[in-house]
Design a protein around this ligand. Structure first.
Ligand SMILES: Cc1cc2nc3c(=O)[nH]c(=O)nc-3n(C[C@H](O)[C@H](O)[C@H](O)COP(=O)(O)OP(=O)(O)OC[C@H]3O[C@@H](n4cnc5c(N)ncnc54)[C@H](O)[C@@H]3O)c2cc1C
Length: 383
């Protein structure tokens, strides 16, 4: 990257948790001047829709085609959250709901039992605290779970945060900071030869979630998509996700419960139930049929939820890459960086991503793990 006599002036495109955390790291913690562009109100994209679980263990399942170092990145991401949470709460004055969230993953079918066994073996290898449980042990810990449970995995060190309060805390801390400017508009990017320019800025960080490839660039009076300056961005796809919450009460779980793709999170007097994963779908509003399917699946896991009133339904769009891992770092266009494609782990990975891009933008060695998430990587082969 280019060397700057003083700190570079950075334009961040996209004010989701990824862009906001990068701005926080660069401006508040490292003193750089930052402008944050968003065409919509900040913090109301996928980062608003998420469940706020900081749960690296599930990446240990090592699904076919998954980035081979994603689990490692998620572990590092979880490890720096306590410090980030303390710092952000102190600077913003907002309680972000950061806490431990001991989780029980349970198997109600044979395939899920095999998957839990695989996760358990990998966690053992990585020396992550966990315990494999028999059905009786599961039910003793969480009587709300279906008596048909086959096995369980206890993950006492998972964390959680209120993601909506996190983005509000980031916005609050950034809005009052003298080196930060919010711009409620498209960033006026221009192409000059093979270079990109944004007046008043030295570096551009593209962090617009699933829309990162279609950020607009003006060239000779016409608008083109940013993907023309980094073709790898075309690999960022959209994955719709729907969720609901129901009232807490008798029959509801007291701790986070997961089974297959469904999770139940007790939070502030309600049980948050998530989430669908719908490839190639962009959705602002939830759909009745999908929400009902999710609710029925939650009742299969915790039958006592059958009569719990539904309190809220919502939807969001995850940005995903072919290996389910983010793109972080400089692109093939000098001065253009990217932080996007965090799929189901954007809340977990926000502080880690911010640290990596800040190191790279400011010319520091971000380490070997960071390099593995470059846009120029080749994807893991699918089985
Ligand atoms: C239902 C659901 C549940 C989830 N649960 C979890 C969870 O429990 N834990 C976890 O770690 N992750 C979870 N995730 C994933 C996580 O929410 C995402 O990975 C993360 O929010 C992505 O953050 P982002 O900043 O990249 O995108 P976003 O939050 O979508 O932000 C992108 C921003 O870019 C802006 N933008 C778009 N185009 C432009 C443009 N041209 N110019 C300027 N601005 C632009 C948008 O308006 C938006 O504000 C979940 C996601 C969903 C949908």
């Amino acid at each position: 990257m280019a060397l700057f006599g003083s700190l570079p002036r950075i334009a961040i495109i996209g004010a989701g948790i990824i862009g906001l955390s990068a701005a926080y790291e660069l401006a508040v913690r490292r003193g750089a001047r930052v402008s944050i562009f968003d065409t919509r109100p900040p913090g109301r994209g996928a980062s608003w829709a998420a469940a706020g679980m900081l749960a690296p263990a599930f990446e240990a399942a090592d699904e076919p085609g998954q980035h081979t170092r994603l689990f490692e990145l998620c572990l590092h991401g979880a490890a720096i959250w306590p410090d980030f949470a303390e710092d952000l709460s102190a600077r913003s004055g907002i309680d972000i709901g950061f806490s431990r969230a001991p989780c029980l993953a349970v198997a109600l079918g044979a395939n899920e039992a095999i998957r839990l066994g695989r996760i358990s073996a990998r966690l053992g290898g990585a020396r992550i605290e966990h315990a494999a449980l028999t059905p009786d042990e599961v039910l003793r810990r969480e009587p709300a779970i279906s008596p048909g449970v086959l096995s369980g995995l206890e993950l006492p060190s998972d964390l959680r945060v209120n993601n909506r309060q996190v983005v509000d805390a980031l916005i609050a801390a950034l809005r009052t900071h003298p080196k930060v400017k919010f711009v409620s508009d498209r960033a006026p990017l221009r192409a000059v030869g093979s270079q990109l320019r944004l007046e008043g800025h030295d570096i551009i960080l593209a962090a617009a979630g699933w829309e990162t490839a279609i950020i607009k660039v003006e060239e000779q009076g016409q608008l083109f998509s940013l993907v023309n300056w980094e073709t790898a961005l075309d690999d960022i796809d959209c994955y719709g996700g729907q969720m609901l919450s129901v009232a807490d009460g008798a029959g509801a779980p007291k701790r986070v419960v997961r089974s297959g793709h469904v999770y139940l999170v007790p939070r502030e007097g309600r049980i948050v139930i998530g989430a669908t994963v719908e490839p190639d779908r962009v959705m602002d509003e939830p759909e009745e049929a999908a929400i009902e399917a999710l609710r029925l699946e939650a009742i299969r896991i915790c039958p006592g939820l059958a009569d719990a009133p539904v309190l809220e339904r919502w939807a969001g769009v995850r940005p995903g890459t072919p290996d389910q891992a983010p793109f972080i770092g400089e692109t093939s266009t000098p001065g253009l960086f990217v932080a996007a494609g965090h799929f189901r782990n954007g809340i977990l990975l926000a502080p880690m991503t911010a640290r990596i891009v800040a190191d790279q933008i400011l010319g520091k060695d971000a380490g070997d793990l960071a390099g593995a998430f470059s846009v120029r990587r080749t994807y893991a082969a699918t089985a």
